[in-house]
Design a protein around this ligand. Sequence first.
Ligand SMILES: [Zn+2]
Length: 267
Amino acid sequence: MSRTKRSLPPVPPEDKPDSAAPAAAGEALDESADGAGQGAAVRGVSAEEIAQDIATAIVEKRLPPGTRLREEALGKVYGVSRTKIRAALLTLSRDKLIQIVPDRGAVVSKPSVQEAREVFAVRRVLEAEVVRLFVAQARPRDFERLEQHIHIERTTLEPRTSVGSAREKLLGDFHVAMAECTGNVTLTELVREMVARSSLIAMLYPSSNDPHCSSDEHEQLLRVCRRGDTAAAVACMSDHLQRVEASLRLDAGIPERQLDLVKALLS
Ligand SMILES: [Zn+2]
């Protein structure tokens, strides 16, 4: 996974309710600041690159959950217009890494333990249906596609490099790919959203699982599907999701360390 080398300078996270200073400080930074801003360390950077850079900062906990992302401040950091920043934020909000809150702007998502459990409960229901449809109608090329995906998981997810979003995305993509094979677009969209939210949850409450456990389980699921045993395949998927959820440190809450990071960014 190639990442932009640039590292995001500290963005003042205005997450203290009493520091709701009107955007006055940043108002001066409007479209005309594009390319002219003093602090414009990086030029010609695309909205996608900015989104990727912020996503990396979120995954690496430099921008902890709950951090407010101000368009003005980000525009200054990247030396681009607020329009471009807005496009980057929209991408991140589609991926559920941030939330756009009315009157508050963009905030790094912070799924609660309750929400995390709800997401997995919903996934079990949705993906049971995915498995039923898959067993009923999967063609040889669908099996080939998923087998190929498992092969990529195995060759890409080396223990030392499989951290953060890349690992979660790859493992999550298997579930999305299986949903796509059913041909039910609406179901696939729902699965895609739930998988994206699961990825953020896994970043917040890191899994103690070896990624290869998940690959093994994906492989086993596929074997059961091949046999055409719908009930066993549904049980297999349900057990897999249960194990993924159980491996997350949901009971530990969000590490206190992250709150210290916010203070460090503010100082
Ligand atoms: Zn999985």
